[in-house]
Write a protein that binds this ligand. Structure first.
Ligand SMILES: *Cc1c(COP(=O)(O)O)cnc(C)c1O
Length: 491
């Protein structure tokens, strides 16, 4: 596709403004630049260019997106309508509390709902992403121990199936990662855990269900062991899409958990920033939450129905993580989503789990599966075949793109060779799942009979096979390719 510069014609303008009918004043000379090389295009050209560009990317609105761990469910459009209501969208972040009661009431209610859904006492909506929620959680755990004068606790236990953000978070918080192996069933090894528990352990981070899509069979024992040595339990709640209304992590004994509102509650995913990684905590950590949080500052009086809400900093807060109140637009969308489902929220998780198990059962025997047991909302299989030694998970994923399907997550979790992590989500119907199963069977056949078809894939996308290592190492961030980078991909 042409870049916007290719269609630029000297002297062409987007909008012709009427002649100025007021006196003009000179613009500051130091702000005017002649050397700026801007495209000269008409309004229609701009619209067509960007509409065409936008449709080149795959998205959930265009097709199936089984990207494991990311929960790429359909985001209902009503969320967008509600977030765009002028009272929400145009509210200035510096508006005083008294003039923003509606917005604060929404945030307060969302805090309450999120606490209730996962069985915790309090929530902070500050973190902008799951990874930031993790950082908040580990900083709270650290501060909890220091606050009690317990300065020895510098270690966080992390299973080897964990998402990369978990160990990264521990390091960023200035603590030390102790990696725990998984057993042959994909659960964390209890023997290794017992051996690691001592009075230098600040806590443990664990994902439930794990990144293998498996519900930790011994989770209650794991929590008891860590609590017995004085550590706190952090749950990575990225996979909450399988537990809504079924399991409350707070009741299992977890002390803190983050949600990814952009995974579980259908707010848009946004490049690691403009999401919401709300943290939920029990009474041990309530005072340490990042703030401000919303509290009722004045109970309703007899003649005045509504309470007064205010922004408050928890007394021992780890501080702010985000400007103003976090990503408020995300709070509105998640609120709309939860309100839409109401007490039917459980059905979301039941169908997410059912869909994953349906696909898993149908691909059993077609692809190697390291853990042959009922899965939660996602499952992991291996993208390689004895009969096709040169075919890898990456080739299978690239070939899927030719069929209009987004690839699953590749090479994660790290403990499974050639991993393909598949998460269909609850928003797909049986016909879509059946089509995916058929395509996966076709690709397995192609791998054995025409492997070159996979090695050269994708064939029908706007951009063919790219050199992913080079793309990551030589980032091209300008809209015009620099000639020496415009080369054939290395194989
Ligand atoms: C997505 C994910 C994270 C990180 O969440 P972000 O919102 O992308 O920062 C952490 N852990 C697991 C298991 C995840 O799937």
């Amino acid at each position: 596709m042409d870049t916007i510069y290719d269609i630029s014609v000297k002297g062409r303008v987007g909008v012709k403004l009427p002649d100025c009918d007021v006196p003009t004043s000179a613009l500051p000379a130091d702000l005017l630049r002649d050397e700026l090389d801007l495209p000269e295009v008409s309004e229609l050209q701009v619209v067509r260019h960007f509409v065409n560009l936008s449709s080149l990317n795959h998205s959930i609105d265009k097709g199936f997106y089984p990207l494991g761990s990311c929960t790429m469910k359909y985001n209902p459009k009503i969320n967008e309508d509600v977030a765009r209501l002028p009272g929400f969208a145009h509210l200035h972040p510096l508006t005083d509390d008294e003039s923003a009661q509606g917005a604060l009431a929404l945030m307060y209610t969302l805090q309450e709902w999120l606490a209730e859904i996962a069985g915790f006492d309090a929530v902070s909506l500050q973190p902008a992403a799951g990874a930031q929620g993790e950082l908040a959680g580990i900083l709270m755990i650290r501060k909890y121990h220091l606050d009690r004068g317990d300065t020895k606790r510098t270690k966080i236990l992390v299973p080897n199936s964990a998402h990369g953000t978990n160990p990264a978070t521990v390091s960023m918080a200035g603590l030390e990662v102790v990696e725990l192996p998984s057993d042959e069933n994909g659960d964390v090894s209890l023997d290794a855990l017992r051996a690691a528990c001592n009075d230098t352990v600040a806590g443990m981070m664990i994902t439930v269900p794990s990144t293998l899509g498996l519900f930790e069979a011994h989770i209650v024992d794991v929590i008891k062991l860590v609590h017995a040595c004085g550590g706190l339990m952090y749950m990575d709640g990225a996979n909450m899409n399988s537990l809504l209304g079924i399991v409350k992590p707070g009741e299992l004994g977890f002390d803190v958990m983050h949600y990814n509102l952009h995974k579980t509650f259908s707010t848009p995913h946004g490049g690691g920033g403009p999401g919401c990684g709300a943290v939920a905590v029990n009474t041990k950590l309530k005072d340490f939450r990042p703030g401000p949080v919303v509290e009722i500052t004045e109970a309703p009086t007899a003649d005045e129905e509504a309470p007064l809400y205010g922004l408050v900093m928890p007394p021992k807060s780890i501080g702010r993580l985000k400007a103003f109140h976090g990503n408020f637009g995300m709070h509105v969308r998640a609120y709309a989503y939860i309100a839409t489902y109401g007490d039917q929220l459980k059905e979301v998780s039941r169908h997410a789990v059912l869909n994953a198990n349906y696909v898993r059962a149908n691909l059993r025997g077609v692809y190697p599966m390291p853990y042959d047991r009922i899965c939660a909302h996602e499952f992991v299989m291996e993208g390689h075949f004895k009969e096709a030694p040169d075919v890898h998970a990456l080739d299978i994923s690239k070939r899927l793109m030719d069929y209009g399907i987004h690839p699953p997550t590749n090479y994660f979790p790290l403990i499974v060779p050639e991993a393909l992590l598949i998460e269909p989500t609850e928003t797909e119907d049986k016909a879509t799942l059946d089509e995916f199963i058929d395509v996966m069977k076709t690709i397995a056949q192609e791998a054995k009979t025409q492997p070159e078809l996979l090695h050269d894939a994708p064939h029908v996308t706007p951009v063919g096979r790219v050199d992913e290592v080079r793309a990551a190492k030589q980032l091209v961030l300008c809209c015009r390719p620099v000639p020496e980078w415009d080369v054939e991909p290395a194989r």
